[in-house]
Design a protein around this ligand. Structure first.
Ligand SMILES: Cc1ncc(COP(=O)(O)O)c(C=O)c1O
Length: 394
């Protein structure tokens, strides 16, 4: 694809990152299932190691399939370059370590995925990097949290599992005024619905395990950003050994071809389910930024083209009612993860965010009765009927 700027997102989702195989003409790229690559001679090998010539050395560093995937996601996000990692948390670590080292400080919104919170509060701490968890929708809080050794601001939007929406443009303006990079976890929205770089973010990460794959068969992560920044991120990925295999990269290349269609259907189904739940007598609070009544609707409308496939709600009757729902769904599967074709349901307080203390749960606005549904692409009537029949049991 010569000039991606000539094409719409839907066309890029299908075509970007891959070309017919130059050797055989195969439309679908071969899987380069190899750990190492043979040099033409000693000088060629030396030139590759010195970076004087483009080419492949060893699949922990680069592989044609990871390159295609990085290029495809970079194109979809409007970035110069990308790097592929073995998981979303691997991508998170590589992105953070591209800017921060021992003795530094970072700022993160307090409402983020539980695994990211553990990485920041436990692992980064052990590495000598301190994190301040704040509410990034409050500009005074950001300003007050910035220290001389602050190296970046982190936000996840919409956030897992409460669907808090961060105003990317507003936070990026504060970050820019202080010369700090803003990294956005765009896992929930994907570039089909939201492009943080166009709103002023510096770098974007994905748990590619989720909507990028779309089929629940891969664990992976991707980071995209400027060529210079990604050069550092790529070094971290290689040094830490957080590379993704060629087959998983190939599966993700396939998944991305249908991203726009899946995200449209996820969003339509989620909005219908949210509307059904909003009026339901057994529901206390419904959280979906696509609902006009949602506190984040206006910000979400500004920066997203649709509102994604995740719906969270607090059921009346707290944790016991939540358990009744988990144990009696028929179509929805009781499982963590999200973004699959299949509808998945889970209970953050006892599952994805179970390491949180009661204070941390409160800070992240996660109640004990909160239920999260990753709305799949099945018939929305069947999804609603399933939730309706469990709510009748409460
Ligand atoms: C928003 C978000 N970011 C990052 C991650 C971590 O991704 P992975 O499980 O691929 O490491 C997750 C996982 O659920 C997530 O929901």
């Amino acid at each position: 694809m010569e000039d991606p700027n000539m094409y719409d997102f839907e066309t890029l989702a299908v075509h970007a990152g891959t070309e017919p195989d130059p050797l055989t003409g195969a439309l679908t790229p071969p899987i380069y299932q190899t750990s190492t690559f043979v040099f033409k001679n000693a000088d060629h090998g030396a030139r590759l190691f010195k970076g004087e010539e483009e080419g492949y050395i060893y699949s922990r560093i680069r592989n044609p399939n990871t390159d295609m995937l990085a290029k495809k996601m970079a194109t979809l996000e409007g970035a110069e370059d990308g790097v592929v990692c073995s998981s979303g948390l691997g991508a998170t670590l590589c992105a953070v370590l591209s800017f921060a080292k021992s003795g530094d400080h970072i700022i993160s919104d307090s409402v983020i995925y539980g695994g990211t919170f553990s990485q920041f509060s436990e692992e980064l701490k052990q590495l000598g990097i301190e994190t301040s968890f704040i509410d990034t929708s409050n500009q005074d809080e950001i300003a007050a949290a910035i220290k001389p050794n602050t190296k970046l601001i982190w936000a996840e939007t919409p956030a897992n599992p409460t669907l808090k929406v961060v105003d990317i443009k507003a936070v990026s303006e504060v970050a820019k005024s202080k010369n700090l990079p803003l990294i956005v976890d765009n896992t929930f929205a994907t570039p089909a619905l939201q492009r943080p770089l166009s709103l002023g973010a510096t770098m974007v990460i994905h748990s590619a395990t989720k909507y990028t794959s779309g089929h629940g068969d891969v664990v992976a992560g991707i980071v995209v950003g400027s060529k210079d920044d990604i050069h550092h991120t790529s070094e971290k990925m290689g040094h830490l050994g957080l590379n993704l295999g060629p087959f998983e990269s190939w599966l993700l290349l396939r998944g991305l071809k249908t991203l726009h269609i899946r995200m449209q259907r996820h969003s339509e189904n989620a909005l219908e389910l949210a509307k059904f739940l909003k009026g339901h007598p057994k529901i206390e609070v419904i959280r979906y930024p696509g609902l006009e009544s949602d506190p984040y609707h206006e910000v979400a409308k500004k920066q997203m083209s649709a509102f994604g496939g995740i719906v969270s709600f607090d059921v009346k009757g707290g944790i016991d009612a939540g358990k009744t729902i988990m144990n009696n769904v028929k179509l929805c599967k009781l499982a963590v993860s999200l973004g699959d074709c299949d509808s998945l349901i889970q209970h953050p307080a006892s599952m994805t965010h179970s390491t949180y203390t009661p204070e941390e749960l409160k800070m992240a606005n996660i109640s004990e009765g909160l239920v999260r549904i990753s709305v799949g692409i099945e018939s929305v009537n069947d999804i609603i009927n399933d939730i309706d029949q469990v709510l009748a049991l409460i």
